[in-house]
Design a protein around this ligand. Structure first.
Ligand code: MN
Length: 310
């Protein structure tokens, strides 16, 4: 079997019960989220994407009560596993974790990796308003480090009090145009300063949207956090060692150039954020981006093959 050359890592679906629970209405985007077969593969083929690493759509099971979250996460992962079995050369999977019950989430991660062959997990931001640096969630990271799989930290809307204070007059800004980025940026910086990576020195984190502005902020955040927070190592050292960034929904040459300059080309992974973003413009953008061909191939798939052991 030839190795996949073009791999994307932030590509979503919705399992039927979570869709029903959220009362999602029919729409062209929802029809794509519902599909784990022909429609999805046709859109991958149109852009020459060999392999999608698929994940349950935000907020997955993270805002449910613990018991329901455990049940529906397991069902979601089993559905995704069936899709990967049906299309093993085209689909791979990130686990959905029932974070309201961290111990059960760690066990579900292990089941997904060891029994179902998943490549890692995706965490959809906040769990009932709590960031993952809260020590109650560390059993999940402990298990990910032990299993040597990455955890993808994905955006979710900021907590209501933040939305009210910052976005009440402009609700459209609360999600993808700005709120998602601020929530995830805050999330990832909190992970670094919490000491998580001192506790789990082999832990690997993936962040979308070219790092949610972190590469652009790196010098200033590194300078000030390192000066003021008395951590064992510099902020940027933790970030560059533990984080990988994807291009999901962020098809910008200047942002890519900045991300490569701060992180190194080995830490950048192609992704689309399908179906919220279209595959073809993502592919065309990276085809034309100002890169050496060797680096382009790493970003398109070489780095992902190494990180996800494909
Ligand atoms: Mn996404």
């Amino acid at each position: 079997m030839p190795q996949p050359q073009i791999i994307t890592l932030e590509e979503h679906f919705t399992s039927p019960k979570l869709k029903a629970l959220r009362g999602e209405k029919d729409s062209p985007v929802q029809r794509k989220l519902d599909d784990l077969g022909e429609l999805r593969i046709a859109e991958m083929d149109a852009a020459g994407i060999d392999l999608q690493v698929i994940s349950e759509n935000n907020p997955a099971t993270q805002n449910l009560d613990a018991e329901t979250a455990v049940k529906l996460a397991r069902e979601s992962n089993d559905i995704l596993h069936e899709a990967v079995r049906a299309h093993p050369t085209r689909f791979a999977a990130f686990a959905t974790l029932p974070t309201p019950d961290p111990k059960a989430a760690a066990a579900e991660l292990e089941r997904c990796i060891d029994k179902l062959g998943f490549k890692g997990a995706m965490i959809m931001g906040l769990t009932h308003g709590r960031f993952m640096d809260d020590r109650q969630f560390w059993p999940i990271f402990e298990r990910a480090a032990k299993l040597d799989v990455p955890v993808y930290i994905h955006p979710t809307p900021p907590m209501q009090v933040v939305q009210d204070a910052w976005f009440k007059e402009y609700p459209a800004l609360a999600v993808a145009p700005l709120g998602f980025t601020l929530e995830t940026l805050t999330h990832t910086v909190r992970l670094v300063v919490s000491g998580l990576f001192d506790e789990f020195p082999s832990l690997k984190i993936i962040v979308g949207h070219l790092g949610e502005t972190m590469p652009y902020l790196m010098w200033r955040t590194n300078y000030l956090v390192t000066e003021r927070m008395k951590m064992p190592r510099a902020f940027a050292d933790y970030y560059r060692e533990h984080f990988w960034l994807t291009t999901s929904g962020s098809f910008s040459d200047p942002a890519l150039t900045c991300a490569i300059a701060e992180m190194g080309v080995g830490r950048i992974l192609f992704s689309v954020d399908w179906p919220f973003m279209p595959n073809v413009p993502g592919r065309q953008w990276l085809d034309a981006a100002p890169l050496a061909e060797q680096d382009r191939a790493l970003i398109f798939g070489g780095n992902a093959r190494k990180l996800l052991k494909i």
